[in-house]
Design a protein around this ligand. Structure first.
Ligand code: SAH
Ligand code: SF4
Ligand code: F3S
Length: 518
């Protein structure tokens, strides 16, 4: 390790090492903790783009006769990372299994966003101990966002000896090396780079399903909202080159995918770090719009970088759908300020106004945190009133969970737990009310549904989503799966619609949400 790498608390990239000797020098089961302090000081280091991922001949066949199982927690980013890791496993000759009992390698791809997400993983590690006792040849690995946390790695090293490997979100491409080391070593293999992360283009992927696909457009987050762990676990914001994204979407279209969701923690910051061109999410969407694929979505939008050009492009519709997930977090300007969201209630409402003017039938959904340190009853009520004023159609709602190392975790908090729980309950009542209300006008209307498969509750019924992300359950032959079909809505519930597929030829006019719904 040279001085520069030591300073940044990171290992050098072994894939760039020239000889076996160089390689082994870097490849140690030594843990160099990621430093949260360093993460906050992140500079303007140039993003390195790599297009040279290969699996070394010595690892080929590593998985012959072996099966892998990956359990994924957290957001779509993790879901997609799992698809990449599955791709690497398959390239190594492993077979996938859905059953932990016959797996030879089990990976937990973890999420650190809230304490309960972490507790689930620790609970699962406890269960896996018995499996490891029965099958000592089993390899157990922990990867994803929890692995980037110093305290978690220390806890696993100390208390969860059944774990064979821990690797971070920047080390996924090193899976072949990590597995191979874990087979050879009796000690826990730990490889967590705290480095900001590069962009690696040509990793293999095995996508789940052939109807909808995730496409990363950027990685990391530089927003440092005071409650959030993501900027530390995912590194700095870095965008993929537009030509790579366009190429990937084109190839998905050619392979018959019906829908693509563009992924990033903060997709509206797309392009800011690309130095040789002035290019943003609006420009990207305007190009993707021309690709022959029925639906394109994106998640997640930070209100701060949502510009007028993007609104103008989204209003052109076509394959750009009328649903925007726009996390607001709180309706109180003073809470937003402490959260470091860098917009006020008024600025948010103005953005909503501009979006609705351009797209009156848009479906807006959001994320909200209640019980932020010292949140007053009045401030909470501002969240309720903002929700009603915007008319969000749905929301993910959370009680604030302190995350070690984040500024909010150091704040004193005078809001008792039962008050926080009660606020969540009150907010959820409003969310339910608005969800049900947003569905009522669909009764008797005809909607386009992308059919994803059998309904979870009843295999006799098919389920899919409209352009505005409304879940529709309806009876139709299984041959409809994977297609976009017209469904007449016969009944509306709080969270979903019931309907019946109508024959081709009976197609009615495109359904528009009546203005009074919003
Ligand atoms: N990048 C996205 C959010 C990703 S995390 C954005 O900024 O919109 C998904 C959601 O988890 C956040 O929107 C927030 O509502 C919630 N969240 C994040 N950190 C949290 C914490 N410490 N406690 C409770 N909820 C949290
Ligand atoms: Fe977290 Fe804020 Fe970044 Fe979203 S924008 S990932 S909430 S720091
Ligand atoms: Fe969780 Fe990491 Fe996603 S913390 S929400 S899995 S970016």
């Amino acid at each position: 390790m040279n001085e520069e790498q030591r300073k940044h608390g990171q290992q050098a990239n072994p894939t760039s090492a020239k000889s076996e000797k160089d390689y082994s020098q870097y490849f140690q089961s030594v843990y160099i903790p990621p430093s949260l302090k360093e993460a906050k000081k992140r500079g303007k280091e140039e993003v390195q783009y790599h297009n040279d991922f290969t699996i070394d001949d010595k690892f080929k066949g590593l998985g012959t006769g072996r099966k892998f199982y990956i359990r994924t927690y957290g957001c779509q980013m993790n879901e997609h990372d799992t698809e990449v890791m599955a791709g690497i496993f398959m390239a190594l000759g492993y077979e996938a299994t859905n059953n932990t009992d016959d797996a030879d390698v089990i990976l937990l791809n973890t999420c650190a966003i809230r304490e309960n997400a972490e507790n689930k993983v620790f609970g699962e590690l406890g269960h896996l101990k018995a499996l490891k006792r029965e099958n000592p040849g089993l390899l157990i690995g922990v990867c994803g966002c929890m692995s980037q946390e110093e305290s978690v790695v220390k806890k696993i090293l100390k208390t969860y000896q059944q774990v064979d490997m821990i690797f971070g979100t920047h080390n996924i491409h090193r899976l072949p090396e990590i597995l191979s080391e874990a087979y050879m070593s009796k000690a826990m293999v730990v490889e967590v780079w705290s480095k900001e992360g590069d962009v690696i283009e040509n990793l293999p992927k095995v996508r789940r399903g052939n109807i909808k696909a995730w496409v990363n457009i950027m990685y990391g987050c530089d927003k440092f909202c005071t409650y959030c762990i993501v900027p530390y676990t995912r590194g700095k914001e870095r965008s993929r080159r537009p030509e790579e994204i366009i190429q990937e979407v084109r190839s998905l279209a050619a392979r018959g995918y019906e829908e693509v969701t563009l992924l990033g923690q903060n997709v509206n910051a797309y392009g800011k770090d690309i130095e040789d061109m002035d290019y943003g999410l609006g420009d990207l969407m305007d190009e993707l719009r021309k690709i022959d694929i029925p639906r394109i979505r994106f998640t997640t939008s930070h209100p701060r970088d949502f510009d007028d050009h993007l609104i103008e492009v989204l209003a052109k519709r076509g394959n750009l759908v009328e649903h925007i997930h726009l996390p607001v977090q709180s309706g109180s300007t003073s809470v937003l300020k402490i959260m470091a969201r860098k917009y006020s209630r008024e600025v948010f409402l103005d953005l909503v106004e501009r979006i609705k003017t351009a797209m009156p039938d848009v479906a807006l959904t959001t994320d909200i945190i209640v019980g932020y340190p010292n949140e007053t009853e009045e401030q909470f009520e501002e969240t309720l009133s903002l929700y009603r004023e915007v008319g969000f159609e749905s929301a993910y709602t959370y009680i604030y969970s302190p995350r070690e190392g984040t500024p909010a975790a150091k704040m004193t908090d005078n809001v008792p737990d039962d008050v926080k729980k009660d606020r969540l309950r009150r907010l959820n009542a409003v969310v339910n009310e608005f969800s049900g209300k947003s569905l009522l006008p669909y009764k008797g209307e005809i909607v386009e549904v992308l059919v994803e498969g059998e309904s979870k509750k009843n295999p006799e019924v098919l389920a899919g989503y409209t352009r505005r992300s409304k879940l529709v359950n309806f009876k139709a032959p299984k041959t409809a799966i994977g297609k976009i079909v017209k469904v007449k809505i016969t009944d509306t519930k709080s969270w979903s619609l019931d309907g019946e597929m109508i024959e081709e030829g009976l197609i009615g006019s495109e359904f528009q949400i009546p203005a009074e719904v919003n």
